[in-house]
Design a protein around this ligand. Structure first.
Ligand SMILES: [Cu+2]
Length: 130
């Protein structure tokens, strides 16, 4: 009688262990998905030139770009709508950029330069030159 109980003992233990193993595997899968998503976003960021500002979805990206003095910053319009890039003190002023058009400006003096789109005044961005 006692021997039978002992023999049955490991069964529920094993079942509990396998359930633990499954949740551990699910956890590992989540970690794997999270890590690969991080890798993908990291990869696309690295592929983009650090001195390029993309205009898409009616916004400048990145909204704030920090560069060392002497950097040529290039804006690329990825939108279907035309946009302009105009510095607040008109230090630089692009023409209306159609889809795929680019505009570049070389920042030689350290400072903070705010710019906006004259067609859509809510579109603002900033270049910080160090
Ligand atoms: Cu615009």
């Amino acid at each position: 009688m006692l021997a039978t109980q002992v023999r049955h003992e490991p069964l529920p233990m094993a079942r509990r262990n396998s359930r633990l193993g499954r949740s551990a595997r699910i956890g590992a899968a989540f970690v794997a998905v999270f890590c690969s998503a991080t890798l993908i976003s990291g990869g696309s960021h690295a592929a983009m030139a650090p001195d390029t500002i993309e205009i898409s979805n009616f916004s400048f990206g990145p909204a704030v770009l920090t560069v060392p003095a002497g950097t040529t910053v290039t804006w690329v319009n990825e939108d279907e709508e035309p946009h302009t890039v105009v510095e607040s003190n008109t230090l630089f002023k692009s023409h209306a950029l159609d889809t795929g058009d680019k505009f570049s400006f070389t920042f030689t003096t350290p400072g903070t330069y705010e710019y906006f789109c004259t067609i859509h005044a809510h579109m603002v961005g900033k270049v910080v030159v160090q």
